[in-house]
Design a binder for this molecule. Structure first.
Ligand SMILES: Cc1cc2nc3c(=O)[nH]c(=O)nc-3n(C[C@H](O)[C@H](O)[C@H](O)COP(=O)(O)OP(=O)(O)OC[C@H]3O[C@@H](n4cnc5c(N)ncnc54)[C@H](O)[C@@H]3O)c2cc1C
Length: 597
């Protein structure tokens, strides 16, 4: 089975959305999924609804035979073969197909972690960096679920600072390797058959190895007692002089960081997609509960305070979903039609590493917001185990910690853009200089925001956000120069602004595109996008003020703040009415505004 990449997405450089205008028709959206994508999505939904969700209790009691059986079932359905080249028996489908699958797998967070450990953290690094022999040996059995995989990067002393690992690899006289050390918090650790393990050759050269459980000297520690994800195995992995054949080095010696980072680049995007699916499901659950729960003689869904929550949950989810699909379209457009070679895929993931980090941070934080409000809408029932709201809430918390913490990802977002600018790959520096000349001159009108076409106002507001980002980044580069990375608070404010730009623009472009095709739900798309942009304007203003005040004072700060006011002249809109309309729509459907209920 093959699917063509989304024909409407044009290949664009990662991060170029900050400087360029993107026509709505260029952006991939859920509405543009092909019939093949939809078939994949339906297959996954049926699998999750009929086989995974009913198994959750047993998975939570650590029934790892069942976890294995479910992975095998996912293999039978082709869900593990999506990224694997056809020559190894895979389907080599586009990222939109992966997205359609992981969004739905995400509904069962524990199983999604097991699935992610297999598909994203074991199969994917083998596809990207494996030799033909390694692929031939391991991929077919990983795709069927005969082998379960795990990815062992973290150690007790090195999580965020993963390259500081202490696990050692020593070359033996016959060319094989001896690995010793201890890995921590490894998903699928209790029952995996195959591990991608990172160790330092001679304590120095960070390298990835393929290690079979059958190799003597490897063992799993005790299951961790976790806040959530009780249905997913997390253990330490102990390595005592484990003998690994010479042919089991993955990638090059000393280049383990490439394996680790490229795997994470995709994992972050994929996690964002899982979070988007989780948000949609929680909105459905909250809407149904709000419709049937009566207080003061009426359904709680009729109260403005509850409508506010449902409307806001919907608007944020809409932006998240839009940015995740847009990113899938960008990666697919860069990759072109199959067959895909591992190095080309790694390059495409690297190109959109900024967008992947944005998907991870926005996804995990929007999901936490949505699940918190889901508990609140359920009241006391949200806090007890009879309803799934409390489990969703606990299960989601780790999303802000793994695949690179959100703090680390926030530092990476502006950091990667600035690095590209300094290498001359992104004309950010001249754009920031031009803007500085423009906005610091009080005579320059930056445009009012009158009401014209659909979402024209919001397009102008997003353009203003971009100017704000350039102002903050430009001032930061001038103020701190090479020491900018030491100023984490300012870098994090800049990241928040960049996240809001990409999310707002993705939502607005999608809603414009839907409006032009006269979809019956077009009004809901427009309202979701308008609510999101309106709220984003307040966040962007606040982040920019805090960042500028950290870098300047006195007259300089006053001039910068006056320029900020001129640039960011957004009139508030009646988001109360729009949130009510969104809430009424989700309550009427018993589901998120678009897609299968
Ligand atoms: C359920 C679960 C499953 C996991 N699965 C896997 C797996 O399959 N494979 C694997 O290899 N790992 C896995 N992990 C480990 C996970 O990736 C790490 O926990 C994560 O990378 C954070 O590392 P840490 O826990 O050491 O926190 P630390 O790095 O100690 O961070 C603690 C705090 O300090 C902040 N911080 C750290 N460095 C900086 C800095 N430079 N600047 C600013 N702030 C900083 C962090 O953001 C965080 O808030 C899993 C963890 C959990 C909980």
């Amino acid at each position: 089975m093959t699917t063509a990449p989304p024909s409407t997405s044009l290949s664009r450089k990662g991060g170029s959305w900050l400087l360029d205008e993107t026509p709505a028709s260029d952006v991939f959206t859920p509405e543009k999924l092909s019939e093949e994508h939809r078939l994949m999505a339906r297959t996954t939904t049926e699998f999750v609804d009929n086989e995974v969700l009913p198994s959750l209790e047993r998975l939570e009691s650590k029934d790892w035979d069942l976890a294995r059986a479910l992975i095998r079932r996912g293999g039978e359905l082709g869900l593990l073969s999506i990224a694997v080249p056809e020559e190894y028996g895979g389907l080599d489908l586009d990222k939109a197909s992966s997205l359609a699958v992981v969004e739905r797998i995400g509904l069962s967070a524990s199983f999604a972690t097991t699935f992610g450990g297999q598909a994203n953290l074991t199969i994917l690094p083998l596809v990207l960096f494996g030799t033909p022999e390694q692929k031939q040996k391991y991929l077919p059995r990983l795709m069927t679920g005969e082998l379960i995989g795990a990815y062992a990067l973290s150690e007790s002393g090195s999580g965020s600072d993963a390259l500081a690992a202490k696990t050692r690899a020593t070359k033996l006289p016959d060319g094989s390797w001896s690995l010793s050390g201890e890995k921590m918090w490894i998903s699928n650790g209790g029952f995996a058959d195959l591990f991608i393990i990172f160790a330092k050759v001679d304590g120095e050269h960070f390298t990835a190895f393929i290690v079979e459980r059958a190799f003597p000297g490897i063992s799993s520690g005790k299951e961790e007692h976790k806040m959530g994800l009780h249905g997913s195995s997390t253990t330490p992995i102990l390595l005592q002089e484990v003998r690994v054949p010479a042919g089991n080095v993955l990638g090059e010696i000393g280049k383990g960081h490439k394996v680790a980072l490229n795997t994470l680049n995709y994992g972050r995007f994929s996690l964002g997609a899982m979070c988007s699916g989780g948000c949609r499901a929680a909105i459905g659950a909250a809407a149904k509960y709000a419709a049937q729960r009566r207080q003061f003689g009426q359904p709680i869904a009729s109260f403005g305070a509850i409508k506010h929550k449902l409307g806001e949950m919907t608007a944020r989810t809409y932006a998240l979903e839009s940015l995740v699909y847009r990113t899938a379209g960008l990666i697919d457009a860069r990759l072109g039609p199959a067959p895909h070679d591992g190095a080309a895929i790694a390059k495409a993931f690297e190109e959109y590493a900024v967008e992947a980090s944005i998907a991870k941070v926005a996804g995990s934080e929007i999901l936490d917001y949505v699940l918190d409000e889901n508990v609140q809408i359920h009241g006391g029932n949200g806090f007890v185990k009879d309803y799934p709201a409390e489990r969703y809430y606990r299960d989601a918390r780790v999303n802000r910690i793994f695949e690179g913490t959100n703090e680390i990802n926030r530092l990476l977002i502006p950091g990667m853009l600035i690095r590209r600018a300094l290498k001359g790959e992104l004309p950010l520096i001249p754009a920031a200089k031009r803007l500085q000349d423009e906005v610091l001159s009080p005579s320059v009108a930056t445009g009012g925001f009158g009401d014209q076409g659909i979402l024209d106002e919001e397009m102008r507001v997003v353009a203003a956000f971009k100017k704000v980002a350039l102002m903050v980044l430009g001032t930061a580069m001038q103020t701190y120069g090479e020491k900018l990375t030491d100023e984490q608070e300012v870098v994090s404010y800049a990241a928040d602004i960049l996240i809001d730009i990409y999310a707002s623009e993705s939502a607005v472009l999608r809603a414009r595109e839907v409006s032009s095709s006269r979809e019956p739900t077009a009004d809901l798309h427009v309202q979701a996008a308008r609510v999101f942009v309106n709220d984003a304007a307040q966040r962007v203003e606040s982040a920019a003020k805090s960042a500028l005040a950290a870098m300047a004072d006195g007259d300089t700060l006053r001039t910068l703040l006056a320029a900020l006011r001129r640039v960011l002249k957004a009139s508030p809109v009646n988001t109360v009415a729009m949130r009510r309309a969104l809430a009424d729509a989700v309550v009427a459907r018993g589901a998120y505004i678009v897609g299968a209920p």
